[in-house]
Design a protein around this ligand. Structure first.
Ligand code: NAP
Length: 495
C-alpha cells in the first residue's frame, strides 16, 4: 500500500482495510492449515500482504456457520434487513476514497474507475435495501369455495458465491446484497488476485451491524479454488449458488451443483458486438466505443469485443477513433492521476493479448496504433483494422485493450455476424434510423443492449446473459428473486 496519498481527515486509511485473515462468523480467522498466499499489486509486482489459503475444511465450517445464522436471519423482518443494508451502503459511500485506493492497488484499474465501481457497488446495497421491502406474495382466485390459495416468497437459504477479480467490490454487493436482503446467508469466495475488497466489505458489514454468520468470506489461492468451489456446490446445506467468471468454470460449477439440484445463477463471459450503422453519429459512436472497449483496460465481460462498422463510414470511424486513442488514453499505474489505462491483471493476460494480435496480423489485420506490450503487465491500447469474424480476437473473449474493427455492408449481414457466437451477454449499436433501432434491439441475441450508449450497467437494471453467457439475472428488482423460493399455500376447509 505504498504510493498512496494520506486519507482525508477523519477517514480510515486504505491500509486499515488490509487484513491477514478471512471473515467467518463475524470474526477474523486463519486457514485451519495455517497456510497463506500473497496478494500482489499488478502495476508494480509488489506484495500488498498475505491472506489465508483456505480449503475444503474451512469452507465446510463457513457453510455450517452460515446455515446456523440462516435460522435466525430468515426470521428478521424486511424492515430490519433494510435498515442494516442501508447502514452498510452508507459506510461504503463514506469510505469511497480509501476503498478505491485499495481496489486499484490489488486490481490495477485507474482510481477514477475504482471510484466508479465502489459507487456502483454501494448502489446495489442501497437498491436491495429498498427492494427487500417490496418482496410480495399473491392471493390467487380460488376455483373451490372452501379454499383460499396463497403464494409466499421466502428466502432460499445459504447462498454460495464465487466472484472474479475484475470487479472485486461490485460483483460481491450485487450478489450478497440481494441475498442478505432476501433473508439468506452467504459463503463467498473472492478471486485470488483481489481478496482485500471483499474483506473490506465484511469489515463494513460488521460495523453496520449485520449479524455474525450472515456474510462469510473464505479466501483461497488458485490452487485451492477447485476444492472450495466443489465444497460449496456439493454441500446439501447450500441451496443457491451464484457465480461470476469464465464460461469454462461456470459450466464446471453447474455440473457440480447438479448433485444437490441447487438453484444456480451464472454470469459468464461475453463476446459483445458493437455495431456502427451508416446513419450513426460517428463522433458519438467513437466516444461510445472508447467506454465500451477500453474501460478497465478492456477487462470487463461487457466490453466491445467485435466492432462492426459500415463500409461507407469505416475509414472516417477508424481515423477519428485513432485520434481519440492517441490523445485520451494514458497507460500507467492506476493510482497516478491522469492514468486511464492500468495494467492487465497478470502476465498470462498479457501473453493472451499478444497472441491475439499476432494471430490477427498473420491473417491480414493491420495495426493502426499500439500492438505491443510495454513491460510488466502493461499493454498498449491497440486498434486493428481489416479484422474478420474468423480471427481469434473475434471468436474469443479478448479481455484486453484490443479494438478489432470489422467492415460490413448490410443490416442483415451484420446482425447475423453479431449473433454468430455462443455468447450473448452485451451488444451495442449506433443508429439514427428509428425503425432500425427497434429491429436490431429486438434481433440481437443478448441480455443487455446499448442503443447509442457504450456503458449501460446500473444497479437499477437487470444484468444477465443469454446463451452460454449465463443463467438468471442480477440487479434491479429481478436480482432479489434469485434468492427467493415460491411457496403455494392452500387454506382449505373454510365454511
Ligand atoms: P475465472 O477463472 O472463471 O475465475 C472467476 C472465479 O472463479 C475466481 O474466484 C476464481 O478463483 C474461481 N475459480 C477458478 N477456477 C475455479 C474452480 N475450478 N472451481 C471454483 N472456482 C474457481 O474467471 P476470471 O478469468 O477470473 O474472470 C474473468 C471472466 O469473468 C471473464 O470471462 C468475464 O467475462 C467473466 N465476467 C463475467 C461477468 C458477468 O457478469 N457476466 C462479470 C465479470 C466477469 P481464483 O481467482 O482463485 O482462480
Amino acid at each position: 500500500m505504498d504510493n498512496l496519498a494520506p486519507p482525508k481527515p477523519g477517514a480510515r486509511p486504505a491500509s486499515s482495510f488490509v487484513y491477514d485473515k478471512a471473515f467467518v462468523n463475524g470474526e477474523w480467522v486463519a486457514a485451519s492449515s495455517g497456510k497463506t498466499f500473497e496478494v500482489v499489486n499488478p502495476a508494480n509486482g509488489k506484495v500488498i500482504g498475505s491472506v489465508p489459503d483456505m480449503d475444503a475444511t474451512d469452507t465446510e465450517r463457513a457453510i455450517k456457520v452460515a446455515y446456523k445464522a440462516f435460522q435466525s436471519w430468515k426470521e428478521t423482518t424486511a424492515k430490519e434487513r433494510s435498515t442494516l443494508l442501508r447502514k452498510w451502503a452508507n459506510l461504503v459511500n463514506e469510505n469511497i476514497e480509501e476503498l478505491s485506493k485499495l481496489l486499484t492497488s490489488e486490481m490495477g484499474k485507474p482510481l477514477a474507475e475504482a471510484k466508479g465501481e465502489i459507487t456502483y457497488g454501494g448502489g446495489f446495497l442501497e437498491l436491495f435495501a429498498e427492494e427487500c421491502k417490496r418482496v410480495e406474495g399473491d392471493i390467487i382466485q380460488t376455483p373451490v369455495k372452501s379454499r383460499r390459495l396463497l403464494v409466499l416468497k421466502q428466502p432460499i437459504g445459504v447462498s454460495g458465491m464465487i466472484t472474479p477479480w475484475n470487479f472485486p467490490n461490485a460483483m460481491i454487493t450485487r450478489k450478497a446484497g440481494a441475498a442478505i436482503a432476501a433473508g439468506c446467508t452467504v459463503v463467498l469466495k473472492p478471486a485470488e488476485d483481489t481478496p482485500y475488497s471483499a474483506l473490506a466489505l465484511c469489515d463494513l458489514a460488521k460495523e453496520a451491524g449485520i449479524p455474525a454468520g450472515v456474510l462469510n468470506v473464505v479466501t483461497s489461492s488458485r490452487n485451492n479454488a477447485g476444492q472450495v468451489g466443489k465444497t460449496i456446490c456439493e454441500s446439501p446445506l447450500v441451496t443457491k449458488m451464484s457465480f461470476t467468471g469464465s464460461t469454462a468454470v461456470g459450466k464446471l460449477l453447474l455440473q457440480q451443483c447438479a448433485s444437490t439440484v441447487k438453484k444456480v445463477s451464472l454470469e459468464l463471459g461475453g463476446n459483445a458486438p458493437f455495431i456502427v450503422f451508416e446513419s450513426a453519429d460517428v463522433d458519438a459512436a467513437v466516444q461510445g466505443v472508447m467506454g465500451a472497449k477500453f474501460r478497465c483496460s478492456g477487462q470487463t465481460c461487457v466490453c466491445a469485443n467485435r466492432i462492426f462498422v459500415h463500409e461507407s463510414i469505416y475509414d472516417e470511424f477508424v481515423q477519428k477513433m485513432a485520434v481519440v486513442v492517441e490523445k485520451d488514453l494514458k497507460l500507467g499505474d492506476g493510482i497516478d492521476p491522469g492514468t486511464t489505462q492500468g495494467p492487465l491483471i497478470n502476465k498470462k493476460a498479457v501473453e493472451k493479448i499478444e497472441a491475439h494480435v499476432q494471430d490477427a496480423v498473420s491473417k491480414g489485420a493491420k495495426v493502426v496504433c499500439g500492438g505491443k506490450s510495454k513491460g510488466g503487465n502493461f499493454f498498449e491500447p491497440t486498434i486493428l483494422t481489416e479484422v474478420t469474424n474468423e480471427m481469434r480476437c473475434s471468436r474469443e473473449e479478448i479481455f484486453g485493450p484490443i479494438a478489432g474493427i470489422i467492415r460490413f455492408k448490410t443490416e442483415e449481414e451484420v446482425v447475423g455476424l453479431a449473433n454468430a457466437t455462443s455468447s450473448g451477454l452485451a451488444g451495442y449499436f449506433y443508429s439514427r434510423d428509428f425503425s432500425q433501432i427497434w429491429r436490431v434491439a429486438e434481433r440481437l441475441e443478448s441480455g443487455l443492449v446499448g442503443v447509442n450508449e457504450g456503458v449501460i450497467s446500473t444497479p437499477d437494471a437487470p444484468f444477465g446473459g443469454w446463451k452460454e453467457s449465463g443463467l438468471g439475472s442480477e440487479g434491479g428488482r429481478y436480482g432479489i428473486e434469485e434468492y427467493l423460493e415460491i411457496k403455494y399455500v392452500c387454506m382449505g376447509g373454510l365454511q
